[in-house]
Design a protein around this ligand. Structure first.
Ligand SMILES: Nc1ncnc2c1ncn2[C@@H]1O[C@H](COP(=O)(O)OP(=O)(O)OP(=O)(O)O)[C@@H](O)[C@H]1O
Ligand SMILES: [Mg+2]
Length: 240
């Protein structure tokens, strides 16, 4: 076989680079969706003034309701406000942060949890000053076990000391126990739901399941892809 010309090889390499998906807060900082994320940020910054939440799980009742999108955009606006923020992809079943931030996912949280890498080695810059991202790393066979491990507690403890906010992107509450496991170690949870698709009963049940294990449900985020503002609404700390 003739050797592949250098230029073609370079192009192939470039194609292999992950493409950053459009994060509203980066793409259109003055748009309606960005404004909604800033409202969410304000609610968070002024919540629980005596004991502000630092490590926050972002979850939702079911799949595809906008958890990861919310988590990434919230990370961006917190960092834009000068808060040192770490976004961690704790969805070790269907990770998405590497795509949203256009990062390779060769190493990440899983490598820390199996003792191969340090947190510092896997944390990467997330497009905005004061924002760092830890992607998932390769998918493990035992996500729940890893998230409930001593190493995860140590990882989170280190992150708490280093950052003002640590956002943990989680899988759906109704499908797996991972979000419950994460909430056991975090300071609270934001529950995202899709205004068009999430059933009221599912939302209530998820709040109940989270609170049953002592989770501080900080609030709900209504994500409505079809709204005229095209964005997100935060309905306050109704469950706080
Ligand atoms: N407000 C929105 N407007 C338009 N598209 C949206 C919005 N929120 C989410 N999406 C799109 O919906 C899809 C699912 O979003 P996302 O990955 O954030 O959901 P998720 O709850 O994290 O899903 P999963 O359960 O698979 O982890 C993505 O294609 C995303 O781009
Ligand atoms: Mg997700």
């Amino acid at each position: 076989m003739p050797p592949v010309p250098w230029k073609a090889r370079q192009r192939k390499q470039e194609e292999a680079e992950p493409r950053r998906e459009s994060l509203a807060t980066l793409l259109d900082p003055t748009g309606g969706a960005s404004e909604d994320y800033r409202t969410l940020r304000t609610s968070l910054l002024y919540s629980l003034v005596d004991e502000p939440p630092k490590a926050i799980v972002i979850t939702s009742p079911g799949p595809g309701e906008g958890k990861s999108t919310t988590c990434a955009n919230l990370g961006v606006v917190l960092a834009q406000a000068g808060k040192r923020t770490l976004v961690v992809d704790c969805d070790l079943r269907k990770p998405r942060m590497h795509q949203l931030f256009g990062l390779r996912n060769l190493q990440g949280l899983v490598n820390v949890l199996v003792g191969e890498r340090s947190s510092e080695e896997v944390a990467r810059g997330g497009a905005v000053r004061d924002l760092e991202v830890v992607t998932s790393g390769s998918l493990p066979p035992n996500p729940s076990e890893l998230l409930g491990s001593q190493r995860f507690s140590e990882f989170l403890e280190g992150a708490r000391q280093e950052f003002d906010y640590v956002l943990l992107d989680a899988p759906p509450v109704e499908l797996v126990s991972d979000p419950i496991i994460l909430c056991g170690q975090a300071d609270g949870a934001l529950l995202v739901f899709d205004a068009r698709n999430t059933r009221k009963g599912s939302l209530k049940q998820s709040v109940h399941n989270l609170q049953a294990v002592g989770t501080n449900v900080l609030g709900t985020v209504m994500n409505s892809a079809s709204s005229s503002k095209g964005g997100y609404y935060y309905d306050g700390y109704a469950y706080g």
